[in-house]
Design a protein around this ligand. Structure first.
Ligand SMILES: Cc1ncc(C[n+]2csc(CCOP(=O)(O)OP(=O)(O)O)c2C)c(N)n1
Length: 318
């Protein structure tokens, strides 16, 4: 499947939104505006943007602690996400969740999960309701999560229950500091999923168009009642695992070779070479997106901290 120019241009703007957001978060972290740590998504933008392009607004996603990309791709406002990371009252969770635990149900973000594999279990559970209500749910998770017990239990359960869930493994080659090949028996995550009887395949996770194609097929199948499917998106994170990791364990030259295949650079090249989009138009998208992020960050920085004594409106007591 090939995507049309308008879809790819829209995807270009969204991928830039994710990239500029992460660049801003990196600066704010170094300035001490963000506490704890953050796990940046830089380099993996084509996966969440491509998958979310195939979703409808009412569909839902569950993400990992590297979840800013999924949140923004699904529609969370950059200001609400930035404010959340900085612990401000205007954050998506009133400044009480932080980077690893953001939830934004209004935009279908079921949550970001610090527990590896937590997104798989949450998406599979949510898909039980989604099946009744006609929604599709996506689980984003890393290659490391494919070695969690959840992975096997949930794929099995989703398949026997015919759930409308799309499992998206973002294989960025590493689980924290460990190369995937050292810890993943058999070495082929998509093949594992296929043994559960669901459609499963690998896709170039740095190629927006390829991701949109695979995701559209999977999402359409789930919506039509065909049950779950599995996408292993091959990609790379440009930075270390988290802000406390410089990524020095990576072999020399590996990052450089992936930078040659930066998903945003690839898409810009395709838009101009194959779709005839002028440089001025692409530059304008970059400028406008950067301005949107700058405004969001300024607004978040001006927002107040929450009153520690106030009960948040979203507090839940069973
Ligand atoms: C259940 C659980 N076990 C261990 C950890 C510690 N831990 C945090 S991130 C991580 C690596 C996960 O790698 P992967 O799933 O490939 O995701 P990526 O960071 O590459 O996006 C581990 C082991 C955790 N958070 N949760």
């Amino acid at each position: 499947m090939t995507a049309d120019t308008a879809t790819l241009l829209d995807g270009y703007g969204r991928m830039l939104l994710l990239r500029y957001f992460e660049e801003a978060m990196q600066r704010l972290f170094l300035r001490g505006e963000i506490h704890g740590t953050v796990h940046l998504y830089t380099g993996q933008e084509a996966v969440s943007v491509g998958v979310c392009a195939a979703l409808e607004q009412g569909d839902q996603v569950a993400a990992t602690y590297r979840g800013h990309g999924a949140a923004l791709a699904k529609g969370t406002e950059p200001e609400a996400l930035a404010a959340e990371l900085m612990g401000r009252d205007t954050g998506a969770c009133g400044g009480r969740a932080g980077s690893m635990n953001v939830i934004d149900l209004d935009h279908g973000l079921l949550g970001c999960f610090g527990i590896v594999g937590g997104s798989i279990a949450t998406a599979t559970g949510a898909a039980l309701t989604a099946q009744r209500e006609g929604r599709v749910v996506v689980a984003f998770f890393g290659d490391g999560a494919a070695n969690q017990a959840y992975f096997h239990e949930c794929l099995n359960f989703a398949q026997v229950m015919h759930l409308p869930v799309v499992f998206v493994c973002e294989n960025n080659g590493y689980g924290e500091f460990t190369p995937m090949a050292q810890v993943t028996a058999g070495g082929d995550i998509a093949a594992r999923a296929a043994t559960y009887g669901m459609p499963s395949g690998k896709v170039d996770g740095n190629d927006l168009e390829a991701v949109i194609g695979a995701a559209t097929q999977a999402v359409n199948g789930a919506r039509a009642g065909d049950g779950p499917s599995f996408i292993e998106a091959l990609t790379y994170r440009h930075l270390g695992h988290s802000k406390s990791d410089p990524g020095a364990y990576r072999p020399e030259g590996e990052l450089d070779s992936w930078l040659q295949r930066d998903p945003i650079v690839l898409l810009r090249g395709r838009l101009s070479a194959q779709h005839g989009v002028e440089d001025e138009q692409l530059d304008a998208v970059e400028r406008e997106t950067q301005e949107r992020i700058n405004h969001a960050i300024e607004a978040a920085l001006e927002a107040p901290y929450p009153d520690p004594d106030a009960r948040p409106a979203t507090e839940y007591a069973p």
